[in-house]
Write a protein that binds this ligand. Structure first.
Ligand code: FAD
Length: 380
């Protein structure tokens, strides 16, 4: 077994690290405080080729493997979790899904600007009564001539307030339940009847916008149906398999940031006449954080590698997401403890990391649902 990264993978990792540490990390605390969409950072990520890193070259992407994407995501997340999540939604949930299921015309029109980072995209699956059980969605899309007429409200849409395009799931045959759901690319810039709700006031990931998107008699051209009619739920759930690898990568990056900051603090903070790093109680916390982040990274890279090899990866993705996000949460709790009272202050990044970590255990399928997927596949 060879754990060595290839030369191109190392180069991407180095470039992402440099960008994250020099340009993104210094802005992360302000972005969090202001709850501001990081438009300039995303433009820069686009210009440097990260917004479409593993999307096909023919459609404006970088043509790199998914392992490279994970390596970049880990670095970006160390700089700013909100930036990483926005990049991930654009790249993987929208871009990756249109790559896999889109027609040539859809790719030309919608994938190219998203892969280049010129346009923002969002992924709208969740509804008020359809969270973990997405099949209960009430949003409908009824065929009328050459259009589908979209009605309903999607909740928790990350980037919904800035997105030009949305990947939206709606029921095209309500009587068929989960088997009557379709996925659409909605041109949010040009569609009439779309209302963007106010920004949700979240615990963390403050620089990501989370909004309701309400569709009132929105005409979506039939050519914007993604994949087959009534096959949309499968397609959206496939997107989430990829998404979970990206979420795991975000959690690994966050865990690494927590480790770096906890180590630095433990080395310099003196109590009882010595650095707190000399106390075994602190050393054990550091050792546990380092071990769990390392294990999380291995699971995440393995899931990405399986995807690159064309092997089944749904269980691997769920395991990586479950373990990495739980590990990030544990690391954040212990990181705050290592900093003592200072960990509880906004002057240090640990409290932000704690708030951001909590989100990763919830979005793209809660960790209870990850256990359900893993157990279901075990018991097949
Ligand atoms: C920061 C953030 C960003 C998000 N971005 C997006 C986005 O861009 N697009 C989008 O569509 N959605 C998005 N979401 C929504 C997210 O995917 C849902 O919140 C998530 O799927 C859970 O749904 P819910 O909140 O309705 O919780 P529920 O499904 O109501 O779950 C409540 C609790 O019950 C548990 N539970 C539910 N069913 C089971 C079961 N069968 N077995 C065991 N436990 C169960 C859950 O794990 C959870 O603990 C985002 C959420 C957050 C927090």
């Amino acid at each position: 077994m060879d754990f060595t990264l290839s030369a191109p993978q190392r180069k991407i990792q180095d470039r992402a690290r440099q960008l994250a540490q020099d340009r993104i990390k210094p802005q992360a605390a302000d972005l969090d405080r202001q709850g501001r969409h990081p438009a300039e950072i995303l433009t820069e990520l686009g210009e440097l080729g990260f917004m479409g890193l593993s999307l096909p070259k023919d459609y404006g992407g970088g043509g790199q493997d998914f392992v490279s994407y994970v390596l970049a995501m880990i670095e970006i997340a160390q700089g700013c979790m909100s930036c990483a999540l926005i990049m991930h939604l654009n790249h993987t949930l929208f871009g990756g899904t249109v790559t896999s299921f889109g027609t040539e015309a859809q790719k030309q029109r919608y994938l190219i600007p998203v892969a280049g980072g010129q346009k923002m995209a969002c992924f709208a699956l969740t509804e008020a009564e359809a969270g973990s059980d997405a099949s209960r969605m009430q949003c409908t899309a009824r065929r009328q001539g050459q259009d589908y007429i979209l009605n309903g409200t999607k909740k928790f849409v990350t980037s919904g307030q800035v997105a030009s395009y949305g990947l939206v799931a709606a029921s095209t045959a309500p009587e068929l339940g989960a088997k009557g759901i379709s996925a659409f690319i909605v041109d949010l810039e040009n569609a009439s009847g779309v209302t963007v709700g106010p920004l949700e006031d979240k615990l963390g990931l403050k620089a990501t916008g989370t909004v309701d998107l309400t569709f009132n008699q929105v005409h979506v051209p039939a050519e914007n149906l993604l994949g087959q009619e009534n096959q949309g739920l499968k397609l959206m759930l496939r997107a989430l398999d990829d998404g979970r690898i990206g979420t795991a990568a975000q959690a690994v990056g966050l865990g690494r940031a927590i480790l770096t900051e906890s180590l630095a603090y433990a080395r310099q903070r003196q109590q009882f006449g010595q650095p707190i790093a000399h106390f075994q109680a602190i050393q054990w916390k550091l050792a546990d954080i380092a071990t769990e982040v390392e294990a999380a990274e291995l699971l995440t890279l393995k899931a990405a590698w399986r995807k690159d090899q064309g092997l089944p990866y749904d269980t691997a993705a769920a395991m990586a997401k479950l373990f990495a996000t739980d590990a990030a949460m544990r690391a954040a709790v212990e990181g705050v403890q290592i900093l003592g009272g200072y960990g509880y202050l906004r002057d240090y990044p640990l409290e932000r990391h704690l708030r951001d970590a909590k989100g990763t255990q919830i979005y793209e399928g809660t960790n209870e649902i990850m256990r359900l997927i893993i157990a279901r596949n075990l018991l097949k």
